[in-house]
Design a protein around this ligand. Structure first.
Ligand code: C2E
Ligand code: MG
Ligand code: MG
Length: 382
């Protein structure tokens, strides 16, 4: 009811901001289309859009409450952009989508590069969909070293995509896109199931215990109840077979703290542990560190990589480590590429380290080999 009232109020404000001859239509849920019939210098689309934004942003008094909302506006121009009505709308739509992607609340004119970007995203999306169904995805494992024993204590499962031509497409090019849709849920499920089964087999065959970390997108927690339940069931099953850590990012906590608490509690009850990934770059409040059941903090590699260069990076890492120690959380330093960073982490009492210096992400067989080499080294007399 409140939603409908706000929509009506928005429609009224739009109407009042325009000329009598302009057209306003609500074309879907919360999307409006405005057609400016006669544009000239004094009545330029960008000025009209700014005016609309200002009007729409003013508070709404609905059911005794103050409600705020914003708008993302895309603009296309007849006949410059196209002379076909449908295309005019879809071009405005591309522009609106760009505004949404760049943080909402604003307006942009349509450009050809927007359309190109959008079409590229669409192509990549279709390819990714096929990659999932045709099993072009696979999992690599990056070792995580225990800084006290110097041994591989854990590994992080990372997804990889090799397309039909044998090209490797890095996660940085497809995870964000996958997150805009529910495809990322399928990727996360695949990695969890695949890595869980592999590590279980590895332990059985080598007799060595190794913890498994998997990444999970905040999207899983925001997905449908059924998708979330089925992911939780899988995670519970994997956690009953191997020592499982689920890596989440601060973004998930920002997006829905209550839901996060509920899901994390269930995960903990299944025996899994929780790590905050990329800690320090998420701009979130720190209070969650005491209210949520968190076990590990992974110091983002942007801090670790600069510790040998700048004093401020050193102080930040130092502070993160003391914060974690005081809260009884364990620490993993990410992105260790040289000995200086490694020594800095070790001397400050960081518990684990991960990075190219200690091992790049590798196929399962390579990880198994490394574990065997370690074991042989342990057993041979000194
Ligand atoms: P992340 O979870 O923080 O993973 C660590 C990333 O840092 C990995 O990149 C790893 O290859 C890279 N890395 C490790 N050590 C070093 C180092 O010493 N130097 C540098 N420069 N990089 C290092 P990758 O595999 O490209 O993955 C990037 C991100 O994509 C991951 O960051 C994670 O957020 C996401 N991702 C990867 N696999 C999955 C997945 O299965 N599910 C989800 N939801 N996200 C995933
Ligand atoms: Mg991670
Ligand atoms: Mg990370």
């Amino acid at each position: 009811v409140a939603g409908d009232k706000v929509l009506q109020a928005v429609a009224q404000r739009i109407r009042n901001s325009l000329r009598e001859s302009d057209i306003v239509a609500r074309i879907s849920g919360d999307e409006f289309t405005v057609v400016l019939r006669q544009i000239d210098n004094e009545y330029a689309p960008i000025d009209v859009a700014e005016k609309l934004l200002t009007e729409i942003r003013k508070p709404y008094a609905v059911l005794d409450r103050q409600i705020y909302c914003g708008a993302s506006i895309g603009i296309s121009v007849f006949p410059d952009d196209t002379t076909v009505a449908d295309e005019l709308i879809s071009k405005a739509d591309y522009a609106m989508y760009e505004v949404k992607r760049s943080g909402r609340n604003g307006c942009k004119y349509f450009t050809h590069s927007m359309q190109e970007r959008s079409e590229n995203r669409h192509r990549l999306f279709t390819r990714l969909q096929r990659a999932i169904s045709e099993q072009q995805l696979y999992v690599v494992y990056q070792p995580v070293i225990d800084l006290k024993t110097e041994e591989i204590a854990k590994c992080e499962a990372l997804v990889r995509w090799r397309d039909e031509d044998g090209c490797e497409i890095p996660p940085s090019e497809f995870i964000a896109l996958a997150e805009e849709t529910s495809l990322v849920n399928e990727i996360d499920r695949f990695v969890l199931a695949e890595a869980g089964a592999y590590i279980e087999r590895l332990e059985r065959e080598t007799g060595q215990r190794i913890s498994l970390s998997v990444n999970v997108s905040p999207r899983v927690f925001a997905s449908t109840e059924a998708a979330l339940q089925s992911w939780l069931e899988l995670a519970t099953d994997v956690a009953s077979r191997v020592d499982l850590t689920v890596e989440i990012t601060e973004r998930m906590l920002i997006e829905g703290p209550e839901k996060a608490l509920c899901v994390l509690n269930k995960l903990k009850a299944s025996g899994a542990t929780i790590a905050i990934d990329d800690f320090g770059v998420g701009y979130s409040s720190l209070s969650y560190l005491t209210t949520l059941p968190i076990d590990f903090i992974k110091i983002d590699r942007s801090f670790v990589q600069r510790v040998d260069e700048t004093e401020s990076a050193r102080m930040l890492v130092d502070t993160i480590i003391s914060l974690a120690k005081n809260l009884d959380l364990q620490l993993i330093g990410e992105g260790v590429e040289n000995h200086d960073s490694l020594e800095m982490l070790r001397s400050k009492g960081c518990d684990y380290a991960q990075g190219y210096l200690l091992g790049k992400p590798m196929r399962g067989e390579m990880l198994a080999k490394r574990l065997q080499v370690e074991e042989v080294a342990d057993q041979s007399p000194v």
